[in-house]
Design a binder for this molecule. Structure first.
Ligand code: G16
Length: 558
């Protein structure tokens, strides 16, 4: 790094002093905090993104969003060259950058890191960053801070991609680095053409008439509703009505959205008994999560939730069906058996895991956070991952896709229109429809809709795949949530000592009881999950465990 670069960094860093006395942490999916204190973090993540671009010789993404958090919060997620989350290897550096107390310390950290990582500053490659933001009002000024961060690395270029869903930005980064078409209209075109392909391949015998044409979507008053309005205009064979678009004056994520619906299990604002029986879906604030629900027919505000686990199960059934057609009667010479695996977290309802295992699938658990699930799913030919909160996708390995392309070409020449050829084509269409970079509510929704029509299933048929065990989630505010240390994919508390034993004795009081606690990586709380054979038991187990958390770590304790 030459003198000009150093003085450039120092000068611009002086414009973004960090908030005093606050420790920021990269968390489950990037930094998140009250938007008013994030200017310096955003500036510094702009620097980090530019360094990452130089290091990887690739385009990097920077998304300004706090996803499901309240509207006054904001945050930043970095997309790596493959479109996935920032390499975990760089997370400690991002924590150090965010927390450097003054410009001199910041510069020193950068100089040392550049040396350690051998980041080239020879001008041979131009760092390029794609910036996106959700609809939060704070996004605009934070975008300016991020741009200045990018530009403080001499020669680096920041492209403002405007208001996007988080998965759109991840998709664009991946597409750019693969040399593919990468604009927003390319994204829509890819989704819609692969959706059309799946719809055209629906078997004639499918009982399509049993499925309501109409889908009502809760847009969480965020960016997802806005983008769905665009998709809707280009669709045929599916009628989408979007509520909570944000244009009716509703507040982002307040009483609406996938997180609210999944955690509270009640109707979002704007939905009621007049929607009973209709297929409904809910997106979160940046449209990377999707859950479905139907409104209970009595006049209560209760819903029948169809969560991420059930979306995973629907996808698994469909993929498995296509694989058994393709692999059951292999014609030609080029035959191969795909390794299919599913990835969940401890939040997965126990009934879903049992169901998936019953299907004969390999099921693995990882800690919470797409970054963990994605990495694990990428180890299969086809890896399906979902968190119960609705965040997930289906990954196809490059190796499997090449095989599938070749197989499809071969089948098209020897048995065009055969079931085998159709199965290969369906799998190829799924790989294009479903976002290969990250969980994406919009592409997930189109795939769910195509599969329901393929199966001839109503939302009720789908929901009956298995019966969820009653579950309850609570949040506990504590003095220091980092005092909770977990192991075994977050199923066991290692610290504070004695907490796990106390949780175990509460679990032992319930039939089919299961409970765990973990520090949230997106909010300043400890999360409690409990499930049991009845609603009452699940509620009481969650409450007792929350009390234990409070007793061991409560606001008063240290
Ligand atoms: C982020 C992550 C998800 C994770 C969620 C909750 O979601 O991308 O993988 O499940 O946070 O994390 P926590 O329980 O640690 O708060 P999003 O949609 O908010 O970006």
């Amino acid at each position: 790094m030459d003198v000009m670069q150093r003085s450039n960094l120092l000068e611009s860093a002086c414009l973004f002093p960090p908030p005093l006395g606050l420790k920021l942490s990269y968390g489950t999916a990037g930094f998140r905090a009250d938007a008013s204190i994030l200017q310096s973090t955003m500036f510094r993540m702009g620097i980090l993104a530019a360094l990452r671009s130089l290091k990887t010789h690739s385009v990097i993404g920077l998304m300004i969003t706090a996803s499901h958090n309240k509207v006054s919060d904001n945050g930043v997620k970095i997309a790596d060259p493959c479109g996935g989350m920032l390499s975990q290897h760089w997370e400690p550096f991002s924590d150090q950058l965010a927390n450097a107390p003054d410009p001199q310390t910041l510069l020193l950290l950068i100089v040392e890191f550049v040396k350690k990582e051998n980041i080239p500053f020879d001008g041979a490659f131009t760092a390029e960053i794609l910036l996106g933001r959700d609809t939060r009002p704070s996004g605009e000024s934070l975008l300016e801070a991020a741009k200045q961060g990018v530009r403080s690395i001499v020669g680096a270029v920041a492209h403002d991609m405007g208001i996007l869903t988080t998965p759109q930005l991840h998709w664009m980064v991946r597409a750019r680095n693969k040399g593919l078409k990468a604009t927003e209209s390319d994204y829509f075109e890819q989704l819609l053409s692969s959706f059309r392909c799946l719809m055209d391949l629906i078997p004639n015998e499918s009982k399509m008439d049993e499925i309501e044409d109409k889908l009502i979507v809760d847009g969480a008053n965020g960016v997802g509703g806005e983008k769905l309005e665009v998709i809707k205009k280009m669709l045929s064979g599916l009628v989408i009505e979007v509520h909570n678009t944000g244009k009716e004056g509703g507040i982002l994520n307040e009483g609406v959205g996938a997180d609210f619906v999944q955690k509270e299990k009640v109707v979002p604002h704007g939905f009621g008994s007049n929607h009973a029986g209709i297929r409904c879906a809910s997106l979160d604030g940046d449209a990377d999560r999707l859950v479905y629900f139907s409104v209970a027919s009595n006049s209560s505000n209760k819903i029948d939730l169809v969560d991420g686990d059930k979306i995973l199960s629907l996808f698994a059934v469909f993929i498995k069906e296509q694989l058994s057609i393709l692999e059951g009667d292999m014609k030609g010479n080029n035959n191969y058996k795909a390794r299919l695996g599913v990835v969940q977290t401890a939040y997965a309802n126990g009934a879903s895991t049992d169901y998936l295992k019953h299907l004969g699938l390999e099921v693995v658990l990882t800690p919470t956070g797409v970054k963990y699930l994605h990495a694990r799913a990428a180890q299969y030919d086809i890896g399906i991952y979902f968190e119960a909160n609705g965040h997930g996708t289906i990954l196809f390995s490059e190796h499997y896709l090449s095989w599938l392309e070749a197989k499809h070409t071969e089948l098209s020449s020897i048995s065009q229109g055969s079931e085998l050829q159709k199965a290969a084509l369906r799998l190829l269409a799924v790989s294009k429809l479903i976002n290969q970079a990250v969980g994406d509510a919009l592409s997930g929704l189109l795939l769910v809709e195509a599969i329901l029509r393929h199966m001839g299933w109503s939302i009720h048929n789908w929901n009956e795949l298995y019966q969820d065990l009653p579950s309850r989630q609570l949040k506990v505010k504590v003095a220091d949530r980092t005092a909770v240390v977990t192991a075994n994919a977050e199923t066991v508390v290692m610290s504070p000592p004695g907490l796990q034993e106390a949780i175990n004795s509460e679990i032992a009081k319930c039939i089919k009881g299961r409970s765990f606690v973990r520090p949230s990586g997106t909010e300043d709380v400890v999360r409690v999950y409990a499930e049991a054979s009845t609603e009452e038991e699940a509620d009481s187990l969650a409450n007792s465990v929350a009390e234990l958390v409070d007793r061991f770590l409560g606001v008063g304790s240290t």
